[in-house]
Design a binder for this molecule. Sequence first.
Ligand code: SAH
Length: 217
Amino acid sequence: MDLTGIGMTSMRTRERLISRLQQRGIKDEAVLEVMRNTPRHIFLDEALAHRAYEDSALPIGHNQTLSQPYIVAKMTELLVADGRPNKVLEVGTGSGYQSAVLAQLVDEVYSVERIRPLQQKARQRTQALKLYNIRFRHADGGLGWSEHGPFDAILSAAAPETVPEELTNQLAVGGRLVMPVGGDAQQLILIKRTAEGLEQDIVEPVNFVPLLSGTVG
Ligand code: SAH
């Protein structure tokens, strides 16, 4: 894996992406710093690596996409806004880029992916970056990962029609869940579990791949 390839040589290209994130309203310095230092090009196939620092979603095979940097930054910022969560559940590992960003901000990341070849590549990539605080699992993430719950934060990169109860059930008191919800018209939502129950806020319209049940591979 080329850790010193195309993206490394062009700090200017990366810096432009960070400016763009700031223009779009990302303020958390720790999130911006992690994204500045995380090579996004290693999470893509070589043929697409030259587009890694554009603010766009890019294909990773199996009909899936690496999320747009703005949305990775936004979701991460929402998750850490109340202080750093220790234990985070990620549903939909995909390329592993979001997992890598989270792993540099929290203690432990538990990441579930239903497509095995994607999960295997994500593991190799994050290990190449020496991020050893991510546990991967090949399973249906809509069911959460109850053995390790409750989680201080939950993030999903795939959109269900409605929020799965299995996920809110695995959210600790004081915890935050960020995920896209809906079919054709999706919204990014933020759910907080307080001592009294669940509070939900709508953040903004988004466009994610659907949360599918079962596993592949
Ligand atoms: N943040 C990832 C986004 C990947 S796209 C990245 O930046 O690369 C969303 C991922 O969710 C896809 O890889 C898809 O296979 C996965 N997914 C969809 N439904 C799922 C489910 N029920 N459980 C686990 N993963 C799921």
